[in-house]
Design a protein around this ligand. Sequence first.
Ligand code: MRU
Length: 353
Amino acid sequence: MREFGNFRTMEYRDGALRLIDQRRLPTEEVYVECRTEEEVAEAIRSMAVRGAPAIGVAAAYGMAIAARRAAEGSPGEQREALERAAALLAGTRPTAVNLFWAIERMRAASRESRSSGLKLADELLALAEEMHREDLAICRRIGDIGADLLPADVSLLTHCNAGALATAGYGTATGVIRSGFRSGKVRQVFVDETRPFLQGARLTAWELCRDGIPVVLITDSMAAYCMRLGKVGAVVVGADRVAANGDVANKIGTYGLAILAREHGVPFYVAAPISTIDLETPQGGDIPIEERPAQEVRTIGGRMIAPEGVEVFNPAFDVTPARLVDALITERGVVRLARGERLESLFASPEGR
Ligand code: MRU
């Protein structure tokens, strides 16, 4: 079987979390090494690592690193260090719920464990590694389930990067693209630039080119015209948080694409793991939306493109109402939100939470 996405977004080795530096792609393939929880937190904040599932797994490794660094102290000191690490990592980015989900899972494991010192550190590292492996398996499943939904010979449009770089590997939306391409259904993929951080141009285009999947890069403002020309058969994007009513927070610009898709009769799909669903947040309006530094908008690739000091609004995400989402694709199956199907159906099985 053909392998896709054959690079490692992150890897834990010899006490350090090694991350491909997503700020430098596609021109440079360099890695950052995080040996402390502070370094992991900074890598998340500065978007060396990004994408909801990837920052969750990175934070889990950050907790494991904190446990190891505090292993020499008393059990009480080690637990305090873990609580400090949890707060530090949780303070990096507010929107992607996977971050909080992963930190909570690590905290719960440390609370339930009777171990301390190096033994507790080993247990937490094993859990972070399990979450890493789990995420990869989940992405493959989402990819295959999503590919089944696609019509034959389809041309897709995707936004931002919900690929191997944004997860433990394979990707969510990009996983659907990969599985769809493998099964011969996907002809080509339109990728929009995704201003201001350019995840589409820099990261998704890089991933798809590496895999030999035909990719067409467009600027964000070209999506409507491409749909009008009939060039887009379906839109598939990822998510940072899905509220209990099915509203979806994802990279800024997603909402606009969903409106355009509806206007042009193009199906709009969101691919996300169950860990992205936040049943405690009733609706999209309750999701905290991160605002990023003005300099991201005033510059491209570090070069000023606007008057110095011009006022900027830079929300990193927007919210797409559930009624515009034709299908939410998860590892447990598909929910047709636009038809009024509810997320509860995903949690009705014995594995539900
Ligand atoms: O700001 P980013 O690059 O972390 O935003 C990423 C996205 O919006 C992705 O679509 C989302 O996290 C899903 S990643 C599988």
